[in-house]
Write a protein that binds this ligand. Structure first.
Ligand code: VGL
Ligand code: ZN
Length: 189
């Protein structure tokens, strides 16, 4: 089963959001263009309580049940099979989608016999990186779609370093164009 993982494409990470990622919204049309090629689509949400140690390091963002925590309005949400809520506790960051608390992601994927993941979303240097590296470490063949991710870049160079770290961890970096070409052999278009 070809599985797409969409990380945190939420209002607060898009322009005018509380923790806006530069050009964060630009991932939306790219994800929308490939979303139909996958058999299973999982999308995570950063889903924080109002009070969490996470907000010692970040502006308040993606508080559960707020507008900022909703998916970007243009994301094709009707194609999402399962939502993963993460960062839901008061005492952890919950950067990786494997830390989702509404579903045990590792077990969920293994029970379905899924061993390959395609990762997209926000942000490259935090939740995308944490999820992709953990996926690779857990034995999933992990592809990161480089034109479907954007970085916070709190420090210059964070984007480049994140891509390097993911590669080092065994993740395969590819583009949405390559997905569209590959998908022709997946027996569905
Ligand atoms: C994220 C910073 C704080 C992310 C979440 O989704 O990458 N970054 N919380
Ligand atoms: Zn967060």
């Amino acid at each position: 089963m070809k599985t797409l993982l969409i990380i945190d494409v939420q209002n607060d990470f898009c322009p005018r959001g509380a923790l806006a990622v530069y050009d964060g919204d630009k991932v939306v049309p790219v994800i929308n263009q490939i979303i139909n090629k996958f058999d299973l689509v999982l999308a995570s949400k950063d889903w924080h309580p109002e009070d969490t140690i996470h907000f010692e390091n970040w502006p308040v963002h993606c508080v559960r049940n707020t507008k900022g925590a909703e998916f970007h309005p243009d994301l094709k949400v009707d194609k999402i099979d399962q939502i993963l809520l993460k960062g839901t506790g008061n005492r952890n960051d919950g950067y990786s989608a494997f830390e989702a608390t509404n579903l045990y992601l590792d077990k969920f994927l293994k029970e379905k016999g899924i061993n390959e993941l395609y990762v997209t979303g926000l942000a490259t240097d935090y939740c995308v990186k944490a999820t992709a590296i953990e996926a690779s470490q857990k034995g999933f063949s992990t592809h990161v779609i480089t034109d479907a991710i954007k970085a916070v870049n709190a420090q210059p160079g964070d984007n480049t370093r994140a891509l390097e770290e993911m590669k080092k961890a065994g993740c395969n970096l590819m583009t949405s164009k390559e997905i569209l070409l590959k998908a022709k052999n997946w027996g569905r278009n």
